[in-house]
Design a protein around this ligand. Structure first.
Ligand code: CO
Length: 476
């Protein structure tokens, strides 16, 4: 790769644990706890390379804030994919868009195969008291939040019966139940919706039939409903069973299907309706709430699924490559009227991806006002995400943070305790500085979107996806 941010798609130099990173600026005194980031730690195994941003071996990163001190550690998740790669010096497990060499695993690939990745690199969550690394395959690896040591497999989703899941569980603000969807590919496929109580007890809520299941990276949740948004990127189960090509390449874009919304009562599991909408694609639901006769669902949407192609490393290595722009859009589902079509409104035309908001306080609430994410500067359009954006709901007014040569990751909002204003807090974003070839953790004032501190990491952190701030300090 010759692009300035190429180091973000290479190899992490090594595993480290550091007591104190250098801090520029002043950290807020109230900021105490641990940010865990998940993402790929290596895009190369020996002489073999992964092909796509969503491939790679999972690596966890921990930033622990205690007073003015920030400790840091990183560690590969001890998945079978990682151990196999370490032992053989080759890619041994199928990833999102990369299969192991056919000579090794010819004809044994299948969606149920043990050679499908368990490299849980996409997100992290605390479910029923356990810290879990999450993958789209229904395998969750529990880790120790202090040492980042892998504790073992924790297969809630496998008990829910299915082969692929979303990595964005939704949490009930009242009782902390975790909800998720797992897709079971079969002659007749189903989306299985389930929930897990704080006690760890699991309950299946509903099974929604799908002749050709959609690729879904997340789903929506309002106070009363779960929302399955079936993007017309669909697969024949037989193609996954035969597995002639990497996982995602078995899916086809069929816009004539539109993007139907299936609404499920999350207490009873009853399907209350299915509503048609013009075709669009999204990775991420933002918030959803009920308002009079409508169910409002906010998403970061694309006109089609070409964003997936644009994340192939070959495309990302082209300095002229322009990523398709995901924009914040609002969908109005007419749940209590005779209408059956969902209306789409664009909240903001600006690029916003990896969306975050004050989930803890505002999830399922209609009075939320701010969404944060990664964006692309309109005057530096080619390349990768190069700014942080803050959008205002519902009119989309934007504030941005941009610095030449810097490539920020998902900004995680951490609110000041006892705050009155929704955006009174900080955003934490791991930024790759392409000039120095190292990363830093940027601490932005979430109201002004101005830097208040940066925590320097002495090496590059590869481009990751999601993370979470846990308000419990650990002894770092
Ligand atoms: Co995601």
């Amino acid at each position: 790769m010759t692009v300035p941010y190429a180091v973000g798609f290479t190899m992490t130099p090594g595993e480290v644990a550091m007591d104190a990173l250098a801090v520029q600026g002043n950290l807020p005194s109230w900021l105490a706890g641990t940010l865990i980031r998940n993402g790929p730690g290596a895009f190369q195994i020996g002489s073999q390379s992964y092909r796509h941003w969503f491939d790679g071996l999972a690596m966890l990163h921990r930033f622990t804030f205690q007073g003015s001190r920030v400790s840091y550690a990183n560690r590969y998740l001890q998945s079978k994919s990682y151990l196999g790669a370490k032992e053989t010096g080759t890619i041994t497990h199928a990833e999102f868009a990369t299969d192991p060499p056919r000579t090794r695993f010819e004809r044994v690939m299948a969606v149920l195969s043990p050679h499908v990745t368990d490299s849980a690199k996409v997100n992290v969550a605390k479910i029923a008291g356990r810290y879990l690394a999450l993958a789209e395959t229904p395998i969750q690896l529990e880790f120790d939040v202090q040492t980042l040591q892998t504790v073992g497999r924790f297969n809630y989703e496998q008990r829910a019966v299915g082969q692929m899941t979303t990595v964005h569980p939704q949490f009930d603000p009242a009782n902390k139940w975790a909800y998720n969807v797992v897709t079971r590919y079969h002659a007749v496929s189903h989306y299985n919706l389930y929930r897990i109580a704080e006690s760890g007890q699991m309950q299946r809520l509903a099974a929604v039939r799908a002749m050709q299941p959609a690729y879904m990276h997340s789903f929506g949740m309002s106070e009363r409903y779960l929302i399955l948004t079936e993007f017309p990127l669909v697969v024949n189960s037989i193609d996954l069973l035969l597995w002639r090509k990497p996982y995602i390449e078995n899916f086809r874009w069929e816009p004539e299907r539109g993007t139907p919304f299936t609404i499920i009562d999350r207490l009873t599991g009853e399907v209350v309706g299915r509503f048609d909408c013009d075709p669009f694609f999204a990775f991420h639901h933002v918030n959803a709430f009920e308002q009079q006769d409508e169910l409002i669902v906010d998403l970061v949407s694309y006109d089609d699924a070409s964003i997936i192609q644009s994340y192939y490393l070959q495309r990302l290595s082209d300095p002229a490559n322009e990523l398709p722009i995901g924009t914040l859009r609002r969908y109005r589902v007419p749940i209590r009227t005779k209408h059956s079509r969902v209306k789409e409104e664009i909240i903001s035309e600006a690029c916003l991806e990896l969306p975050r908001f004050d989930y803890e306080r505002y999830n399922t609430r209609r009075d939320y006002r701010y969404v944060y994410g990664c964006g692309i500067h309109p005057e530096h359009r080619a390349g990768f995400y190069n700014q942080i954006v803050k959008g205002r709901i519902p009119n989309g007014n934007l504030q941005t943070w941009h610095e030449a040569g810097c490539y920020p990751g998902e900004p995680v909002f951490v609110g000041r305790p006892d705050r009155n204003d929704e955006d009174d807090g900080v955003l934490l974003s791991v930024v790759l500085d392409a000039v120095s070839g190292t990363s830093f953790l940027l601490v932005l004032d979430a109201q002004a979107l101005e830097e208040i501190a940066r925590v320097e990491v002495p090496h590059p952190i590869l481009f990751g996806y999601h993370g979470e701030f846990f308000g419990e300090p650990v002894n770092g």
